[in-house]
Design a protein around this ligand. Structure first.
Ligand code: 5GP
Length: 190
């Protein structure tokens, strides 16, 4: 997606530890118009699927998932991190490890909102080593829902997440795929 790549090159800051900071349009201040473009691109890519629900994880996946939810015309469900006191009902629960915070956490999704009758599109902002997506896949698996695929805004192809998902034959679409960020220079895959 050229407009996204252009924005990453203009605004993205490469931090230590292979972290890309895109706080000016995605992770802090949000460019809603750009999110709408991303959502349309996800719909074009996953058009053949009868998606009934978008699933993401709080908090940075929520904005793009909501934009996608609007164009697909389906509800957006986000996994809640930690043991939320407001989530008293029965949940699907998975453990994960945060790439940016370097700590383990649990995520929960209420069983009320995801079931075997759903076809799910998982959306997130970044794909690095794939642990957040693995946990979301675990939740989809527990619910018995069908997985349509995984849509990612920025895939860092030099990390292992994308490779692992494609090896499992999971349909993965990254809107901008970064091949390398060596010495602060961002290079895209195609
Ligand atoms: P993974 O579980 O694939 O290793 O990491 C994915 C999660 O970590 C994403 O949900 C995202 O919030 C965060 N993340 C991974 N890499 C980056 C990055 O380069 N920049 C930012 N801002 N977040 C990242």
């Amino acid at each position: 997606m050229d407009i996204l790549k252009k924005r990453i090159l203009e605004d993205g800051i490469v931090l230590e530890g292979n972290i890309l900071k895109v706080d000016s349009f995605l992770n802090h201040q949000i460019d809603v118009g750009l999110l709408d473009e991303m959502a349309l691109e996800f719909r074009r890519l996953f058009n053949c699927e009868k998606i009934t629900k978008i699933l993401t994880v709080e908090s940075s996946g929520i904005s793009v998932a909501c934009a996608a939810g609007r164009v697909f015309g389906v509800p957006v469900l986000f996994a809640k991190k930690g043991n939320s006191r407001t989530l008293s009902e029965s949940t699907y629960r998975e453990e994960s490890y945060s790439f940016t915070k370097k700590e383990s956490y649990v995520m929960n999704v209420s069983k009320k909102y995801l079931s075997a009758s759903d076809t799910v599109l998982i959306i997130d902002d970044f794909l690095a080593n794939g642990l957040a997506i693995d946990a979301l896949l675990g939740i989809v698996g527990q619910s018995g829902a069908r997985l349509a695929g995984v849509g990612i805004v920025i895939e860092k192809a030099f990390q292992q997440g994308g490779k692992k998902l494609r090896e499992k034959n999971i349909r993965l679409e990254g809107l901008a795929i970064i091949a390398s960020m060596t010495n602060g220079k961002i290079t895209f895959k195609e």
